[in-house]
Design a protein around this ligand. Structure first.
Ligand code: SIN
Ligand code: FE
Length: 286
């Protein structure tokens, strides 16, 4: 069952790690990401280029995407999101230090847009309950662990919903509608055509379908038990978004950092969605 666990830096990491793996959102109330005075002008959706939903920074290349800034302002924005990447890594080190042995730090993002007013197709609408799955970036069984921080300057909370079903119950309900996943040739073609970065495995295909089936099922959206969660300004939170049903309903100005973690890096690898789906489907998904 999804739950919010209020924690503090210094709490027992083994307990927090186990809670994350059991589907808890770990909420750290007083962990603000300190912004510098010359960064305040960047806390504004006007920095977006075109239709971007967020600004993303890739620590592997040092590239910042999604902004329409140039010159010194671009450098300042990149430095801000890069600093957030370090901040999020330090938080993860404090909450679940064992994960840093195997976790790969992927993109960090800044999200200055107001969540509640976005007009998006249902598939892209994160106001609908979902588990995360990346169409272009197959993770091949690795977990998606995310750190968020609300930096809203007016002190507004970020409003989420959490589904109460655990991943296994959610997956079980949609299992009859899951189609097997891409034929090896189709997966190779998607990779060759650069539709995906890396090979889309049967696991990735199953997760993408669960993401879409859940969002597109109006009955599921309206009847599945869910709770409202208000994530305060100045707070950070950590959650496995590939297994915890979540929806972002309202709020503006948050940072996010994604880590990918192999199941072998978990305290309880059997709780990874890939292991749960393999048990339910009785076939390997690698
Ligand atoms: C999401 O992962 O669904 C969006 C989370 C957010 O931006 O608050
Ligand atoms: Fe999500």
């Amino acid at each position: 069952m999804a739950q919010v666990l209020e924690a503090r830096i210094g709490d027992d990491p083994d307990r927090l790690t186990a809670a994350l793996e059991d589907g808890a959102l770990i909420l750290l109330r007083d962990t603000p990401f300190p912004l510098q005075p010359d960064e305040m002008s960047l806390i504004d959706p006007a920095i977006f280029s075109g239709e971007s939903k967020n600004v993303s920074y890739d620590p592997a290349t040092g590239r910042l995407n999604g902004v329409g800034l140039e010159g010194e302002a671009l450098d300042r924005c990149r430095a801000m999101v890069a600093r957030y990447a370090d901040f999020a890594r330090t938080l993860l080190q404090q909450v679940a230090p064992g994960y840093l042995r195997t976790a790969e730090q992927k993109r960090a993002s800044f999200r200055p847009g107001e969540v509640s007013v976005r007009a998006l197709s249902p598939r892209k609408d994160d106001r609908l309950l979902h588990v995360d799955a990346f169409p272009a970036n197959p993770n091949q069984g690795r977990r998606i662990l995310r750190v968020f921080t609300n930096v809203n300057p007016e002190g507004r909370a970020r409003h989420w919903r959490l589904g109460e079903q655990d991943f296994e119950a959610f997956a079980r309900d949609f299992l009859p509608r899951l189609k097997p996943g891409p034929a090896p040739l189709a997966a190779a073609a998607m990779q060759a055509l650069k539709i995906t970065k890396g090979r889309r495995t049967p696991y990735d295909a199953a997760m993408l379908q669960l993401h879409d089936l859940g969002k597109l099922d109006a009955g599921f959206q309206s009847t599945t038990p869910q709770s409202e969660v208000f994530l305060p300004a100045g707070a950070s939170w950590i959650v496995y978004t590939d297994s915890v049903l979540h929806a972002a309903m309202a709020g503006q100005h948050a940072f996010e950092q994604t880590f990918l973690l192999p199941p072998s890096g978990m305290a309880a690898p059997d709780k990874a969605p890939i292991r749960i789906l393999e048990r339910l489907l009785d076939r390997p998904l690698g």
